[in-house]
Design a protein around this ligand. Sequence first.
Ligand code: NAD
Ligand code: MG
Length: 397
Amino acid sequence: MTRAVTILGATGSIGCSTLDVIARHPERYRVFALTAATNAEKLAVQVLEHAPDYAVMLNNSGADAVRCRLPAGHPTQVLSGEEALAWVAGHEDTDIVMAAIVGAAGLLPSLAAARAGKRVLLANKEALVMAGPLFMEAIKQGGAELLPIDSEHNAIFQSLPEHYGGHFAPYGISKILLTASGGPFRGWQSAQLEAVTPAQAVAHPNWSMGQKISVDSATLMNKGLELIEACFLFNCQPDQVQVVVHPQSVIHSLVQYCDGSVMAQLGQPDMRTPIAYGLAWPERITSGVAPLDLVTIGRFDFEAADEETFPCLALARRAFSVGGTMPTVLNAANEIAVEAFLGERIPFSTIPTLVKRVMDAHETTTVKSLETVLMADHWARNQAILLLQGSVNEVDA
Ligand code: NAD
Ligand code: MG
């Protein structure tokens, strides 16, 4: 029987890779719904190719723009708005939901999928960082299956014991080794980072990804978000997760055991591998990814992360350790900072400074409800914008 898949964020990098894998297995998967923010042209092309039951755009004008690109009588229903996003994600006719919207905007539809007990393929790490305890609880309560798609977390999932129950000790697990490419500015000094442009920051050496995650990779905030993601997903503390820079991005992460064994997952830096794994688990299907040729790769290098030049990693560790609403605030401030950097309103080095200033000003509260999270997110965005409006000098002070 074919399984129906909803792709939240279908027009993005992960969304397109997911469609690529699905198209290789028409006997296994069919597309139930595709969603996008504003790119009507691309969504319409995807709708014509995959004929989903539903297509969802963020607003009415976007939905109209999709409709007018479809021939009369086309079977796909085109909807719009945030409620429609959550509705398709939790719809009884969808089995699998790929959560691949970028940023906090992905939280509500991802939660809807979790509550409705879907197989949730989680690419959207920001949703987990901003609302980790709520999201994990929703997965449990809804009886959902959570498959991490972020390559590192997918590698950790593959390297953990099959029935890992959320605690290291009974399984003899010592720690998680979270690998990082180091980003495009690995080895650079602070002074060299002053003048970097958005174009330089989004040019990742190994991975082709959306703009936001590419900037996060350049600041090492991506590794910080992933550290928090690992702590929530695998129920551990930051000191049980060691970040190791591995510039080739072939070892996607490792798990160290008390007997000295280290289990790892390796592969080409191509997201279709973790996507195929998440779709088919516990089976394996082809993904279109070329086999790994170790002789061609030749060598693996490792080094420590330069946390002084790239302070975002330490900020993330601090946010998780403080707990409560602090990870929400870290994420929200970072989203504003990245947007300002991409819009050439602040220099690269102001990203960590701005995030730190917003965190310093935050009075943490316990995460009791979704409302607490949304309020903290809203507060942090406002605070970051106020600081940016004040003056960049003030932010840098
Ligand atoms: P992207 O920018 O290429 O695509 C983002 C998608 O989200 C697009 O379809 C866009 O239309 C949609 N979107 C954006 N804002 C929205 C909004 N407000 N409401 C509804 N939809 C919205 O991003 P990406 O690189 O595909 O990354 C998606 C997510 O997956 C991110 O959270 C990222 O951290 C994570 N991730 C990506 C990769 C990768 O290789 N690209 C790897 C690991 C994790
Ligand atoms: Mg990753």
